[in-house]
Design a protein around this ligand. Structure first.
Ligand SMILES: [Fe+2]
Ligand SMILES: [Fe+2]
Length: 195
C-alpha cells in the first residue's frame, strides 16, 4: 500500500506544487526596490492613527482579489478578456496588483501625492525586473491606478483590487471608526468577514 502511495501520489503532489508556483511573485517579494518602498511605508506608519499599509495589508488585498475572481468563476474570463498566457499568469497578475497597490502610500504622507497614480508609475519600473511582460505591466499598473481612481469604465482587475482593498479592512471593530475619513467609503457589514 505504501509503495503504491509513493508511486501514484508523490508525482501528483509534486506536480501540484510546480503548477501553482508563483515564481514572479516570489521575485517581487524579494525585489530590493519593492522592499525599499515597503520600508518607507513602515517608517511613515510607526505610530499610525489609522490603518497600516504594510505587507500584510498588501497580501490581504491580493488574496481577497483572487477570491473575488474565483468565487464568480471569472478566472478563465479574465485570462481571455485580458489576453493573458493562462491561469497561472492571471493569478500572478492579480497578486502583483494586490502587492503593489499601496506601494507609494509614503509619498502621500510626505507631500500629499495621489498614491494610486504614483504607485502605478513605481510599479511600471519594478514589474519588468521580475519578468512581467509589457502587456501584463499595463494591466497591473492600470489596476493600481484605479484602486483609488474609480470610474464607470474601470478595468476588470481594477474593480476587483478596489473592492478587495475595501473588504480587507475590519472597520466594524476599529476604535478609530468615529473619526476615520475613509469609513464611509468602505463596505462595513459582515461581508468583511467572508473573505
Ligand atoms: Fe490605497
Ligand atoms: Fe490598500
Amino acid at each position: 500500500m505504501q509503495i503504491w502511495f509513493n508511486i501514484i501520489y508523490y508525482p501528483l503532489e509534486k506536480n501540484i506544487y510546480e503548477v501553482n508556483a508563483l515564481k514572479r511573485i516570489e521575485l517581487l517579494l524579494n525585489d530590493s526596490v519593492f522592499n525599499s518602498h515597503m520600508q518607507r511605508n513602515a517608517e511613515m506608519e510607526i505610530e499610525p492613527q489609522f490603518c497600516k499599509h504594510d505587507i500584510y495589508h498588501h497580501i490581504d488585498v491580493a488574496r481577497i482579489a483572487y477570491i473575488l475572481v474565483l468565487e464568480h468563476n471569472d478566472l478563465n474570463y479574465f485570462v481571455k478578456e485580458a489576453e493573458l498566457g493562462g491561469k497561472l499568469a492571471a493569478k500572478e497578475v492579480i497578486y502583483a496588483a494586490g502587492l503593489l497597490h499601496d506601494i507609494a502610500k509614503w509619498k502621500e504622507y510626505e507631500y500629499g501625492a495621489d498614491h494610486a497614480a504614483l504607485g502605478a508609475r513605481i510599479a511600471r519600473d519594478i514589474l519588468p525586473r521580475v519578468f512581467f511582460n509589457p502587456h501584463e505591466v499595463d494591466i497591473i499598473c492600470q489596476a493600481v491606478y484605479e484602486h483609488r481612481n474609480i470610474s464607470r469604465d474601470m478595468s476588470f482587475l481594477g474593480e476587483r483590487i478596489h473592492r478587495a482593498d475595501n473588504l480587507s479592512r475590519v472597520c466594524t471593530k476599529c476604535p478609530q471608526r468615529g473619526i476615520c475619513p475613509k469609513v464611509n467609503s468602505k463596505e462595513i457589514t459582515v461581508t468583511n468577514f467572508e473573505y
